[in-house]
Design a protein around this ligand. Structure first.
Ligand code: PXG
Length: 297
């Protein structure tokens, strides 16, 4: 495995960042989780735009122009000879001293890119659906660093996921300070009721998922069913016909049990099923080519 760090490639065992990097010392940085299907990077422009917005929000100057970062991503996939991949792009504040002052990180941001194979939920979970719980951990408030910034501070999400694991579930829902559903530890959430599809709005405090956006487009274009963004309490999920989650890792997947309540018929429902199909078709037939790009030059 070859890992990109600041313009150079390293073997896995040699791919290291400094203990003085503020990404390590303070979680001061941002990241993206991106997938490649069939030799093409899925919705790369969306991920790069979110990266640029996250960087701007935390006053972080990206070490390269976006176009150069895009080239580095494609080069990393190529060097690792991958067609289907999970890409982790991380930008930290860089090496500084032990203080909080970002001005001391004089060398500038650290950018690294890992291209790995993807660990997926087993296919049976796409048939049977996931078990989900509501976490005791609250979503960060909008008056804090917004959940819309994909920052290196994932402790709340990690602890919420640990609660799910301890309860024998696969995912955990985070409620926001007002008690509305925001999202899951690593996925956005939708529900279907009487033919309508709902998802929390950005003002509920969510990471605006790339997969969420794609699913909203597919609902409108393929199902003729525009998703309604509105706030709702978790009790609406218990009475839903279907609940499904979206994320780069999970793609589209049903949640069939929430806090011990069976959702709908307790299996992946018809709307979720058709969305999984449309999503897979689209993911396998779109994206930024990794290999053709070289030939074209
Ligand atoms: N909400 C949160 C909190 C996330 O971390 C999503 C929603 C979905 O966003 P995208 O853009 O992927 O549709 C995410 C991203 C993992 C893993 O290993 C998953 C995410 C992030 C990091 C790791 O499952 N999901």
């Amino acid at each position: 495995m070859k890992i990109y760090i600041n313009g150079k490639f390293f073997d896995k065992d040699d791919a290291k960042v400094s203990v003085f990097d503020h990404g390590v010392l303070y979680g001061d940085g941002i990241f993206e989780g991106i997938r490649a299907y069939n030799g093409r990077v899925f919705r790369l422009d969306d991920h790069l735009q979110r990266l640029a917005e996250s960087a701007n929000a935390i006053l972080l100057k990206l070490p390269l122009p976006i176009k150069e970062i895009e080239k580095a991503i494609l080069e990393t996939v190529r060097l690792n000879n991958l067609k289907d991949a999970y890409l982790r792009l991380v930008v930290t504040r860089g090496v500084g001293d032990l203080g909080l002052d970002m001005r001391k990180c004089k060398a500038g941001a650290t950018l690294f890119i890992i291209a790995d194979r993807i660990e997926l939920y087993p296919e049976e979970f796409y048939e049977k659906g996931l078990t989900v719980i509501t976490s005791t951990i609250r979503q960060k408030g909008l008056d804090q660093v917004t959940p819309g910034v994909k920052s290196l501070n994932y402790l709340a999400n990690i602890l919420a996921r640990a609660e799910a694991t301890a309860a024998g579930a696969q995912e955990a829902i985070l409620l926001n300070a007002s008690g509305h559903v925001s999202e899951c530890s690593g996925d956005n959430l939708f529900y279907v009721k009487n033919g309508r599809i709902f998802t929390p709005p950005t003002s509920a405090g969510i990471l605006v998922g790339v997969t969420r956006q794609v699913v909203m487009e597919l609902c409108e274009q393929k199902l003729g069913n525009r998703v309604l963004e509105r706030n709702f309490p978790r009790y609406e999920l218990y009475g839903a016909d279907e609940v499904f989650l979206t994320g780069t890792g999970a793609e589209v997947i049903a949640a069939v049990k929430i806090d011990g309540r069976v959702i709908g018929k307790g299996v992946c429902g018809p709307t979720t099923r058709i969305l999984i199909k449309h999503f897979r078709d689209y993911a396998n037939s779109s994206g930024t080519p990794v290999y053709e790009a070289v030939k074209a030059k």
